[in-house]
Ligand binder design. Structure first.
Ligand code: ADP
Ligand code: MG
Length: 692
């Protein structure tokens, strides 16, 4: 496109870019002063030396010491990135962290984002062929292994936040170990060939270096990582932690949101407004948004001339544009109240925090391998999480941490969380492992092996989806599904939609399901919001209701007032539209027509979803509860569903959430006879019994 510029424009843009370069350099220069003050700066030489002389090292350092932002830059300076041999990859469990850290590091390096420093997360790629430090989610690196099995484009892979033990980081540890060995073997073989004069002249070979693996952890239990990587050396980075006074409640707090609001107001009123900000740890986005409202409500009762609280949310699905607010200082007359999920525990560091309020809960996935049911639950955190949360108050000065639970409750917490691999459905990683050439899933070297039952479930699910054949080999469909960046069930829906001619509807609904909730249901306006939602209600359930809502939203041009009047969560809708845009682009690239529509034939849409979600079906029981086909769990239609209070004979659901009982969320009604058609391999023999 540059070719179309006139000479005059070219000169101007050249001058402009020169000016830009200057301002980038200026910012970088200013940040260098801050960087030099980080504890890790003094450990630069031993760190780089350690990484140079070992193929794998474990780096342990307190949160905020500078591991994530500085170590990749040290490696860059030490020559670990160049055009012919590749660069540095740094994995993050969370997309928000990958994006915000890449932005920060690009500033520190003094180049525009997507240049020397970039990021790559699902549905958002800000990297280029010039990128030498790439922050990416662990899921994205797993995906890159499919296309580049030896990860030749990297000389160093840094697995950050390894202590979190996410499913994908755990799988990557095993894969990287294999890749490292294969690369070493390859280099050894070439050397031998060259000595013996066989194997060609070498020029036809791509350059390959040994793969360096750096595993970074914020907690001290690094011995296990070291053992797993053949006793790799552990390098410790000193932290700089100030004293934090911990307060526990004297009684249990049944309503932790209310308690958090009271405590943050108290902290706000009793301390000078420029004396530090507050960080509140909450379970999830819904908590965060409810708390946001409570704070606004409290603000309105404060005297006019008094400083106000400024709620700053940060969670996984927060649109990128809104994330910046968390990192900026509050305007005069305001104190930041950062409302975060466990993302702020160790992955991102927010400057200026002096007070932490810890509700003691987080939202976690849970998987019952016995019955094959995955659910989302709010659960108590571990002791080690509680300590990390507390530590966030003492990074810059002495601080205070208010735990909204009793000292005795703290003592009862588990020491550490359970690795994700032991508590989730493994279908998505198993299909990726298969696609990366790992045929023996059971024999893979896991740091903590998942249960046989859950591996078996994943293999069965993939088999039922026709992603695996009778011998457990990947089918063509399976290969396609592995490359499509969605959970296998959703990939299957998109695949099926081509056949049924409803790709437009499928993409729209999949995008809508990517957020926690599309509607706002404020506690004080429950009835009002429910009746507003009814306007979009479709008699067959939530999938089609969401579709109606999206149409209406687009017609209203996403108008703010319209969203408020209809209790539509505008933040989430923006996220939905972004996901949709990415899926449309992806389909275009794969030669799938994203505009193929089945018009008003809504049964077609539901059948298409059933092709991916037959293992999420439940049948009505005589006592009006539902029983899941897969696992025979008793479940109820979620109160937020458009089918709440109705009793269709069969439903399928997007997910199960456990609150006081097991609820099916995002539910649609189906004809029971469709189930056997959708999954002949699994439920074909049921077809008779299902009909009556
Ligand atoms: P670690 O990985 O050891 O937890 P980081 O490298 O993430 O540490 O952070 C080091 C320091 O960099 C933080 O203590 C903070 O001062 C600063 N920092 C990181 N990200 C940002 C940001 N987005 N805005 C301002 N400062 C930041
Ligand atoms: Mg870090």
């Amino acid at each position: 496109s540059h070719g179309r510029h006139h000479h005059h424009d070219k000169d101007q843009s050249h001058q402009k870019s020169k000016k830009n370069q200057k301002s980038y350099a200026k910012i970088a220069e200013k940040l260098l002063v801050q960087r030099k003050g980080l504890p890790i700066y003094g450990a630069k030489e031993p760190l780089v030396g350690g990484i140079k002389s070992n193929s794998t090292v474990i780096v342990v350092g307190e949160t905020g010491s500078g591991k994530t932002t500085q170590i990749p830059q040290f490696l860059l300076e030490a020559g670990f990135a160049n055009e012919s041999c590749g660069g540095i990859a740094v994995t993050q469990p969370r997309r928000v962290a990958a994006i915000s850290i890449a932005k920060r590091v690009a500033e520190e390096v003094g180049t525009p984002l997507g240049g020397r420093v970039g990021y790559s997360v699902r549905f958002d790629d800000m990297s280029s062929e010039y990128t030498q430090i790439k922050y990416l989610t662990d899921g994205m690196l797993l995906r890159e292994v499919l296309l580049d099995p030896m990860l030749k484009r990297y000389q160093v892979v840094v697995l950050d936040e390894a202590h979190e033990r996410t499913l994908r980081t755990d799988i990557l540890m095993g894969m990287l170990k294999q890749i490292q060995k294969r690369r070493a073997d390859m280099i050894a073989k070439r050397r031998k060939d060259r000595r013996s004069g066989t194997g060609g002249n070498g020029a036809e070979h791509e350059k390959v270096t040994n793969l360096k693996i750096v595993v970074m952890s914020a907690t001290l239990d690094a011995e296990r990582f070291s053992k797993y990587f053949d006793n790799a050396p552990i390098l410790y980075v000193a932290g700089r932690q100030h004293h934090v006074t911990v307060y526990n409640t004297l009684e249990p707090q049944p309503d932790y949101l209310d308690a958090a609001n009271i405590v943050s107001t108290q902290v706000h009123l009793e301390n000078p407004v420029d004396g530090g900000d507050v960080l509140v740890f909450l379970a999830g986005q819904d908590d965060i948004e409810n708390m946001e409202k409570l704070i606004h409500e409290t603000n309105s009762h404060l005297p006019e001339n008094m400083a106000k609280m400024l709620p700053c949310p940060i969670f996984a699905a927060l649109p990128t544009a809104q994330q910046a607010k968390v990192f900026q200082p509050a305007p005069p007359g305001f104190r930041k109240i950062v409302l975060a999920t466990n993302i702020a525990e160790t992955s991102v560091t927010i400057p200026g925090i002096r007070y932490v309020i810890d509700t003691g809960v987080h939202k976690v996935r849970d998987y019952d391998a016995r019955v094959g049911v995955e659910s989302l639950q709010v659960q108590p955190i571990s002791k080690s999480s509680a300590r990390q949360r507390t530590g966030r108050a003492g990074r810059e000065a002495p601080g205070a941490c208010y735990r909204l639970y009793m000292e005795s409750s703290f003592q009862e917490l588990d020491d550490d969380g359970i690795p994700e691999i032991k508590r989730c459905n493994l279908a998505m990683v198993v299909i990726q492992m298969k696609a990366s050439g790992i045929s023996d899933i059971m024999g893979f070297e896991y740091m903590d092996p998942p249960s046989k039952a859950s591996l078996k479930n994943a293999l069965l699910e993939l088999y039922a989806l026709a992603a695996l054949d009778d011998h457990g080999h990947l089918t063509d469909l399976g290969r396609w599904m592995a490359e499509f960046p969605l959970e296998p069930s959703y990939s299957k829906v998109i695949y099926e939609s081509q056949k049924q001619g409803c790709t437009k509807e499928a993409i729209n609904i999949v995008s809508l399901l990517s957020v926690d909730s599309i509607f706002y249901i404020p506690n004080d306006k429950r009835d009002e919001s429910m009746s507003a939602q009814k306007k979009f209600s479709h008699s067959d359930g939530d999938h089609l209701t969401y579709l109606n809502l999206l149409d209406a939203y687009i017609q209203a041009n996403g108008d703010k007032d319209w969203c408020r009047d209809h209790f539509v969560n505008i933040r989430n809708m923006q996220h939905v539209l972004n996901v949709r845009k990415q899926l449309v682009g992806l389909c275009n690239r794969l030669n799938i027509d994203p505009n193929m529509s089945c018009g008003t034939s809504t049964d077609t849409v539901l059948k298409c979803f059933l092709a991916g979600f037959f293992h999420h079906c439940a049948l009505l029981q005589p006592d009006n509860t539902y029983r899941t086909l897969n696992g025979s769990q008793t479940t109820y239609i979620h109160p937020g569903s458009s089918l709440f209070g109705k009793r269709p004979p069969a439903i399928f659901y997007d997910q199960l959430v456990f609150t006081n009982k097991l609820h099916a969320r995002s539910v649609s009604a189906i004809d029971p006879s469709w189930i056997a058609t959708a999954a002949p391999k699994l439920y074909g023999h049921f077809s008779k019994s299902l009909k009556n």
